[in-house]
Design a protein around this ligand. Structure first.
Ligand code: MLT
Length: 312
């Protein structure tokens, strides 16, 4: 009887508001992606999706909150590559990334840009590297905590140029960007979903993209590879998760809704203006996200170990 009641509940899902936890601050890149997709999914599901920002500890606090939530489809998590990197970066996590969640699907893969405060001396990536090396005791790098995309990119950059600088952690790169525009920190590497508009309006300086080719939405910004850092490429994939044990019928409903949202005209248009694109229909599936997380944990483990970066 309990089982059939559960199936019936799953079939009528959702009957009330759904919460999606964003494990970073409001107004930042994960928040921006989530709100655009949530708006389209809300229309399809016929219920409001409420975004809750649970920032801190590089995304691990928000992920922990969803890992502990009731597995009924009313609390979800939209997280990015940090789900994979934090598995190695943290000696202890209050959840097991590979066992605490059901997978709904991949959402998008966002490029990054190395950006600085508006009046910073370096004029291109080469002079930025020289400047950072010459001023390593005073230069500051903003990130959203250990496990954030901005942390990963900074770690890769500092190991590529063999120079460590002081990092300033925020609960998300939304507030970090505000400080960057105000000149309180020197530079960061952040997703185009957070930086495009400020680059275009000249409120921050852009030095390099982390992509193979230049981006359509920022054609004047050269790639890092063009400027001597041949292998400096990183894309920030995002996935939608639910707590372990969420009924399959609910996951299937959410997956179908995610696939529909990713074809939504407004989502496609807004993503393009922010330098990204929705995941394909095949990627927006539980199997594709599961495979991505598993392979990405394996991919980043040796890189993180080599960089020797850990958190407790
Ligand atoms: C955010 O939403 O604030 C970012 O995704 C933070 C980051 O991972 O760098």
């Amino acid at each position: 009887l309990a089982l059939s009641a559960g199936v019936a509940a799953a079939q009528s899902y959702p009957t009330r508001n759904v919460t999606v936890v964003v494990p970073f601050s409001a107004g930042g890149p994960t928040d921006t992606v989530t709100r655009l997709v949530a708006e389209a999914m809300s229309r399809d599901l016929g219920q409001q999706i409420v975004v809750e920002n649970v920032g801190g500890a590089g995304g691990t606090l928000g992920a922990a909150r969803v890992a502990k939530a009731d597995p009924d489809g009313y609390t979800l998590l939209l997280h990015h590559i940090g789900m994979a990197t934090s598995a190695t970066l943290y000696r202890k996590l209050p959840y097991e990334p590979l066992n605490a969640f059901e997978y709904v699907g991949l959402v998008t893969d966002v490029p990054m840009v190395i950006v600085s405060k508006p009046n910073w001396e370096p004029t291109d990536l080469k002079s930025l590297i020289e400047y950072v090396k010459a001023n390593k005791d005073t230069v500051t790098y903003a990130n959203a905590g250990i496990g954030a995309a901005s942390h990963l990119c900074g770690m890769l950059f500092m190991s590529a140029i063999e120079t460590e600088v002081t990092t300033v952690p925020y609960k998300g790169t939304g507030p970090a960007l505000t400080d960057l525009m105000g000149g309180q920190v020197d530079f960061m590497c952040d997703q185009t979903t957070n930086t495009t508009n400020q680059i275009k309006s000249g409120k921050i300086k852009a030095y390099a993209t982390t992509t193979k080719e230049r981006l359509d939405n920022l054609p004047d910004v050269p790639t890092a590879a063009e400027q001597g850092l041949a292998d400096f490429q990183v894309g920030i994939w995002h996935g939608l998760y639910a707590p372990k044990g969420t009924p399959k019928e609910v996951i299937d409903r959410l997956s179908a809704s995610l696939q529909k949202a990713l074809k939504d005209e407004n989502v496609v248009k807004q993503f393009a203006s922010l330098g990204t694109a929705p995941s394909t229909q095949e990627e927006a599936t539980p199997a594709a996200l599961k495979e991505k997380l598993e392979s990405e944990i394996k991919r980043w483990e040796p890189v993180i170990k080599a960089a020797g970066q850990y958190a407790d």
